[in-house]
Design a protein around this ligand. Structure first.
Ligand code: ATP
Ligand code: MN
Length: 548
């Protein structure tokens, strides 16, 4: 060994650090001899940059990775095994497409056959659930070092002792995403299939390398086993008050601001996307954050910007071939560029990510119609109505002349990840909110001053002021007016926000246009809610938008 090499080799492990036992995957029928279990970020960087043509390093040290053809989740290809033990629990339909056990076995074997063709495999053994009383042991088996680093960041990283004692995992993810499903396999409609067996607690990925699929797979599993034990799993971010330790939840569909608004220097960060609410308070399911990187700037989002450094994964971003400087405005690969980093990369993260019962439950919506007020206070029944509705709007594609916003209703602000019927989660939320006297708010992070094309997206600074006023307790004291279309109370003053924008009709130059658009949105809400009318109480049904 040369002088330089001997200098580079670290000293032996201290006595208290146990040596890890020999490890293989033969129990799964995986015979690959070279299994790289829980490599460090530095080791995974070496593997990724040496072996994976679709990986690179940014000038801030983040690992840049391309996920290939799929740059977002494939919700139409997610399937759940129809099994006698869970059949009656599952909300079957477009969210949970049924497959039989036989088809699951075919896809499982296909994934394992593919994994067996690899020279080496990566394993990440880690936890989901920051509260030790509720945590699940997750095993990820994958072929790309980037996927291993992603899950190292997103799950809760075990200590060496915990890894030594890991034992049998509760959930196993087989990520064979580089290899397609066979279209001739029963029930396959594309080359992608993401298959979940609740009974075997296994998750098979074929035909997509989008890393978010693994993260949301774990969440889907929690969304089944949580409520089964009376634990409410939620698609929300969470922060906590530095003094009281009480938390606040931000629910919302993709792009409404969960991650952005949870990176809040005034508060402790508990998590940016997936939480559970138990009798003891809340906990983060994950150990990392997965932030949208589109148009990211250090001025508007300093906490997230600085987290995209060594150890972070930057997915599908475009960078300068010489300097490796990332251009966050370049969406030529996808609009859905993302950064994944361990939660402790955010300075005010609370470790472990647990906090007290919520004082406030905030529903974020990005209303591209520009109709909903920047903030509204909800009664408990209105809160249930809006939770079950799960409204946001998308701005339609960039085809010529198409500027009409599209309303999206996704129950519990997380329809694609639900396993039980939406009302199961809604009832749990109503009970817990009542028990802990949490206030409910609807915050529009979308358009103001007119619909998409006329008005503009709410300034992030103003939304942050609204969130601050909710957390300080000021907004609960503010005078309100009743919204004539939606029936909720709208605060007429809020520190840091011009009063004239708080009532959206004031900001539209075309008042009749406002009324017509508000009426139209109210109708969309009512039409959507029809399917829940049987299950929801009369009070909740009546808490939606008023009249015709
Ligand atoms: P996902 O579930 O996909 O992770 P998310 O709810 O976490 O979605 P964010 O990642 O927070 O969504 O994305 C919100 C995006 O909208 C960010 O790019 C943010 O910069 C931008 N934005 C613009 N205006 C606002 C606003 N007023 N409030 C919140 N976000 C805003
Ligand atoms: Mn997010």
């Amino acid at each position: 060994m040369s002088k330089l090499q001997s200098l580079a080799v670290k000293s032996p492990l201290p006595d208290e650090e146990p040596r890890l036992p020999a490890f293989d995957l033969t129990q799964y029928g995986i015979t690959v001899a070279d299994i790289r279990r829980n490599l460090s970020p530095a080791e995974l960087y070496i593997e990724a940059i040496r072996d994976d043509a679709k990986c690179d390093i940014s000038d801030t040290g983040a690992l840049i990775a391309f996920s290939g053809e799929k740059t977002g989740r494939s919700p139409k290809d997610k399937r759940v095994v129809e099994h006698p033990d869970s059949k009656d629990d599952v909300w079957w339909g477009s969210v949970n497409l049924p497959i039989d056990e036989e088809t699951f076995d075919v896809n499982r074997e296909r994934a394992i056959d593919y994994l067996n063709t690899r020279r080496k495999l990566y394993v990440v053994d880690a936890f989901a659930g920051c509260d030790e009383n509720y945590r699940a042991k997750i095993r990820v088996i994958c072929t790309r070092p980037y996927h291993a680093l992603f899950m190292h960041n997103m799950l809760i990283r075990p200590t060496r002792q915990e890894l030594h004692d890991f034992g049998t995992p509760n959930v196993v993810i087989y990520n064979a995403g580089e290899f397609p499903a066979n279209r001739r396999t029963k029930g396959m409609s594309s080359k992608t299939s993401v298959d979940l067996s609740l009974e075997r607690r296994e998750f098979i990925i074929l035909g997509t390398e989008y890393a978010g699929e693994m993260k949301k797979g774990v969440f889907t599993m929690m969304n089944y086993y949580g409520p089964k034990r009376g634990i409410l799993s939620m698609h929300c971010s969470a922060t906590a008050d530095k003094k009281t330790g009480r938390s606040s939840l931000l629910f919302g569909l993709s792009g409404t601001g969960k991650t952005t608004l949870s990176a809040d220097p005034h508060r402790l960060l508990i998590g940016d996307d997936e939480h559970c609410w138990t009798d003891h308070g809340i906990f983060n399911i994950e150990g990392g954050c997965y932030a949208k990187a589109i148009d990211l700037t250090s001025e508007a989002e300093p906490e997230i910007f600085q987290a995209l450094r060594f150890g972070a994964v930057l997915e599908n971003v475009v960078f300068d071939p010489h300097t490796h400087h990332v251009d966050f405005h370049d969406t030529s690969i996808t609009q859905n560029t993302r950064g994944a980093y361990p939660i402790e990369f955010i300075r005010n993260a609370k470790i472990p990510c647990v906090a007290g019962h919520p004082t406030d439950v905030i529903f974020l919506t990005c209303d591209a119609f520009g109709v909903l007020p920047p903030v509204s206070k909800l009664t408990p029944d209105q809160a249930m109505y809006h939770f079950i509705s799960g409204y946001t709007a998308k701005v339609a594609g960039t085809e010529m002349g198409v500027t009409e916003p599209q309303a999206t209703f996704s129950p519990c602000f997380g329809g694609p990840f639900l396993v039980w019927r939406p009302l199961k989660y809604a009832e749990l939320l109503a009970t817990k909110m009542r028990q802990h006297k949490a206030n409910a708010w609807l915050v529009n992070t979308g358009w103001s001053g007119g619909a998409y094309g006329v008005g503009a997206r709410m300034k992030l600074k103003l939304t942050r002021s609204i969130i601050n006023a909710i957390h300080s307790g000021d907004l609960a004291q503010a005078a309100t007016v009743r919204d004539p279309f939606f029936g909720f109370e709208v605060p007429t003053s809020c520190h840091g926000v011009p009063a004239e924008i708080l009532v959206p009709r004031n900001t539209w130059s075309d008042k009749e246009g406002y009324d017509a658009t508000a009426r139209k949105l109210a109708t969309l809400f009512r039409d959507n809610f029809v399917k829940y009318a049987d299950g929801a109480s009369a009070e909740v049904c009546a808490a939606g938008p008023m009249g015709k």
